[in-house]
Design a protein around this ligand. Structure first.
Ligand code: CP
Ligand code: NVA
Length: 318
């Protein structure tokens, strides 16, 4: 028998552009309905598990609340379930797959989420790995769309580390006909294999690297930054602080950007390091709404994964 394909979201490479547009349209529709007090039970009695190897506020709480709002529920699984410690990955995953409809996994290594998905026991959603953070990128483009009125040709300039967040945002912009520029010091560029995969799948992608941050932001519609030292890189903190010293998003950098430019940060931020209080708290900053959009984006994703028919019957993509 041919194995039944299970749809995963380990990265945005797992879906097509039309799928992404459908998810985002669903997210926006559900966001509007929530604002009107409407919480439709689209995932009635569905259950997801959250399997996290690292701390989280946004990803954990937004998946749990989003699932509850849709009429389903979620289980947060800590270290005590013994993932990778008490039993074989095959036994663990196939047993878990009989209990839950999907798993959101935050893993230290991307290979861990790939292993979890390899048994096709349930859909696996990447809740952040060292390689990428697809749920973050979906919330980010939703935020850009709300602030700037669309996706097409909008230019996100990421100032800082070419990390998991930068890599997902770069891919997501390529899928939506946006522009992406990374401004980083040498040795902190995005993974070359990742960039090659983007170029192969989306030949019209407009992705650039510009070393000088002041030059990089000159045509920015949104300026995005993230921590200089990601979770798990603590030993490199001193070297990273030195390398990124000229890449702080501060008022001087904002003065080099167009006045309409918005400010994004995936959070948590180290205020005073990669971004100043004056900028993150400015009228140009969308970071709080951006974090709120994590829940809306993921509700769209969950409905797309677990009740596609509802989308076919209720949502027209744009
Ligand atoms: N941005 C983000 O993923 O936040 P958490 O680490 O708090 O989930
Ligand atoms: N780049 C950061 C993002 C946290 C949401 C990290 O991986 O720690």
């Amino acid at each position: 028998d041919e194995a039944v394909a299970v749809q995963h979201l380990l990265s945005l490479f797992d879906i097509e552009v039309d799928d992404l547009r459908s998810i985002l349209a669903t997210s926006l529709s559900l966001k509007q309905r929530l604002a009107a007090g409407d919480r439709p039970s689209i995932l009635d009695r569905r259950v997801i598990a959250l399997l996290f190897q690292k701390p989280s506020l946004r990803t954990r709480v937004s998946f749990e609340t989003g699932m509850a709002q849709l009429g389903g529920s979620s289980l947060f699984l800590g270290e005590d379930v013994g993932w990778g410690k008490r039993e074989s990955p095959a036994d663990f995953t196939q047993v878990l797959g009989q209990f839950v409809d999907a798993v959101v996994c935050r893993a230290k290594k991307h290979e861990h989420v790939e292993l979890l998905a390899s048994f096709n026991a349930m859909p696996v959603i990447n809740g952040l790995t060292d390689l990428c953070h697809p749920c973050q990128a979906m919330a980010d483009v939703l935020t850009v769309r709300e602030s700037l009125g669309g996706y097409k040709d909008k230019h996100i300039v990421f100032v800082g580390d070419g990390n998991n967040v930068a890599q997902s945002v770069a891919l997501c912009t390529a899928m939506l006909g946006m522009r992406f520029t990374l401004s980083c010091p040498p040795d902190y560029e995005m993974d070359t294999d990742w960039l090659a995969r983007i170029a192969a799948r989306y030949p019209k992608a407009r992705i650039e690297t510009v070393t000088d941050p002041h030059r990089a932001v000159a045509e920015a519609d949104a300026i995005y930054t993230d921590v200089w030292t990601s979770m798990g890189q603590e030993a490199e903190m001193a070297a990273r602080r030195a390398a990124f010293a000229n890449y702080q998003v501060n008022e001087k950098l904002m003065a080099a950007a167009p006045r309409h430019a918005r400010v994004l940060h995936c959070l948590p931020a180290v205020r005073g390091q990669e971004i100043t209080d004056a900028v993150i708290d400015s009228y140009q900053s969308d970071v709080i709404r951006q974090a709120g959009n994590r829940m809306h984006a993921q509700k769209g994703l969950l409905v797309w994964l677990l009740n596609r028919k509802w989308i076919d019957d209720n949502i027209s993509s744009d």
